[in-house]
Design a protein around this ligand. Sequence first.
Ligand code: FAD
Ligand code: DHB
Length: 437
Amino acid sequence: MHVPGDASSMSFASHGTSRKRTQVAIVGAGPAGLMLSHLLALAGIESVVFESRSRAEVEATLRAGVLEQTTVDLLVETGVGERMLRQGSIHQGIEIRFDGRGHRIALSELTGGRAITLYAQHEVIRDLVAARLGAGGEILFDVGDLTVHEFDASRPFVRYRVEDRIETLACDYIAGCDGFHGACRRSVPDAARTEYEHVHPFGWFGILVEAPPYARELIYARHERGFSLVSTRSPDVQRLYLQCDPGDDVDNWPDARIWSELDTRLRTRADERLHRGRIFQKGIVQMRSFVVEPMRFGSLFLAGDAAHIVPPTGAKGLNLAVADVKVLADALIERYTSGSEDDLEHYSDVALARVWAAQQFSWWMTAMLHRFDDHDPWQQRMQRAELQRVADSRALQTALAESYVGRPLGNIDSGVARRAILVRQPADGAGSEARPA
Ligand code: FAD
Ligand code: DHB
């Protein structure tokens, strides 16, 4: 068995910017990769983060906005939540709107005080990059042609290009945090992974608008013309989405069409009209559900979008990425402190239990709120009946709220994973002793 080494004693003089060995090589400086590096550093474990884009690009990419309570707690507990606490806005409820009427889901009341925080993903990235660089951490931006090697053997390494030099970095473990289109998952032989995928028959057209908030809380609206969502970024910038064709083009959406469509889908009174702020960003997001199993291949561990994608309706993607790396960081810390690999062996099962629960929640929210062109009138009635049941039932609202604000880490999810591990039998059917979770 390969015993992970002490990176500092094994490193030697660099050529260029990087050393030749680290403990954990992390591919991707998104929320997953940066948070993993941060958590490891707090435990004295060394890592190098490789990112194909520039720092400016990474810090400017507009994506998620909803942070679960679990994510917020982790950012605060690990010392990177200070700006979020000052600038983010806490929401204790959301609205589900259909047939022109709103129904509040009282998130905090239904979940013992848990809430969501609206704080843009690129701000989380900026906070994490500043924390890592401030603590002397190594993030290599603008690396090219990165490939991962020998993760099925005991000497994994990463090869990459910096400017015109090809370099390698040996490590104990590789964390593939390089998003859905990254290199790590694709490096695993086809026969060693099973992929589950569903591409949804619509996209989201998203805009950023200079305007004061349109609502006190997020609005998820179902209308016969399609879904729409009212979110926020700050007192001066609002984030709105509307369901569109997956093959649609931003150029098909002049401002007047966007406003007219949003007015129609969101209105609760005949004369209701959204305030027309200046639209300064437009983009289309594809809707995909995807999971790869397992999430570990030898010494390569996948985390975040590299391993799974959810449609954005449940606001789970970033939060799942953070949950994955918390589980992975704890397992690596256990490995480096006690020498036990048990938690690393269970990483995939523990992470996947949370992932599938989030997949189901995201799919439920998506199915309940979007227009499906192929639905017959009976199916349309079923969708409305389901929304009405949620509006009428505290029990269903509680289930929605619990998933939306996020379950505490290592609580119910590890229970699910533990059961999954206990029921798994050896391939030859002999013996039934399960590993402890
Ligand atoms: P990424 O953020 O994709 O980061 C991966 C990084 O790896 C990137 O910086 C990439 O440049 C880098 N990389 C890729 N390939 C390589 C390579 N070969 N070498 C080196 N680096 C590489 N989630 C929520 O939780 N809440 C929300 O409200 C929400 N809203 C969303 C709204 C939109 C419009 C979109 C698009 C997504 C939303 N999500 C939301 C999802 C969320 O943004 C993602 O799930 C999250 O970014 C995943 O983080 P990650 O670190 O796994 O991957
Ligand atoms: C936002 C994105 C989501 O996917 C969502 O469900 C709620 C809000 C946002 O970007 O603000």
